[in-house]
Design a protein around this ligand. Structure first.
Ligand SMILES: Nc1ncnc2c1ncn2[C@@H]1O[C@H](COP(=O)(O)OP(=O)(O)OP(=O)(O)O)[C@@H](O)[C@H]1O
Ligand SMILES: [Mg+2]
Length: 143
């Protein structure tokens, strides 16, 4: 796999990237989104969901841990594991149903748990720069 770096200047561009990737992937597919608080992980997810036809507001799963969406036979589970401390905790709250599903998984803060998550088919690494975001992503999915 070859990684490419992309500079994303605005939230709109981040949503466009999410949309572009949404149009390329089919379930089951697991995306890990990494980057500090406010990096743009949820913004990416909003663009992704918009592209599959979710037009209403997309709420950050910060407190609910998971938000599930369904459109045209495609199910997307959007997770935020920031508040999860271990794989045991993940098991305890019954996440198997979400993780084993044939859906598309968008996982924020996958690094919160060291094991128990599906291997990512794609990882989007976001670094915050002074006026933009620097993304590292598999070349094949953006070209
Ligand atoms: N280039 C950019 N890409 C993405 N978001 C940007 C950019 N520039 C500014 N923003 C703003 O930064 C914020 C990113 O917030 P977002 O909720 O997407 O972050 P997050 O990575 O999901 O954070 P958290 O870890 O708290 O869930 C939004 O308010 C967005 O409008
Ligand atoms: Mg978020």
């Amino acid at each position: 796999m070859t990684l490419v770096t992309k500079i994303i200047d605005t939230a709109e561009e981040m949503m466009d990237l999410g949309g572009k990737i949404a149009r390329k992937v089919v379930p089951p597919f697991c995306i890990h989104l990494t980057g500090q608080i406010g990096a743009g992980k949820t913004t990416f997810a909003r663009g992704f969901l918009k592209a599959i036809g979710i037009n209403g507001p997309v709420k950050s799963p910060t407190f609910t841990l998971v938000e599930t969406y369904s459109r045209g036979g495609i199910k997307v589970n959007h997770l935020d594991l920031f508040r999860i401390d271990s794989s045991r905790e993940l098991e305890f709250i019954g996440f198997d149903d979400y993780l084993d599903s044939k859906s598309i998984l968008l996982i924020e803060w996958p690094e919160s748990v060291s094991e128990g998550l599906p291997e990512p088919d794609l990882t989007i690494k976001i670094e915050v720069e002074e006026f933009s975001r620097r993304i590292q992503i598999d070349k094949n999915v953006v070209e």
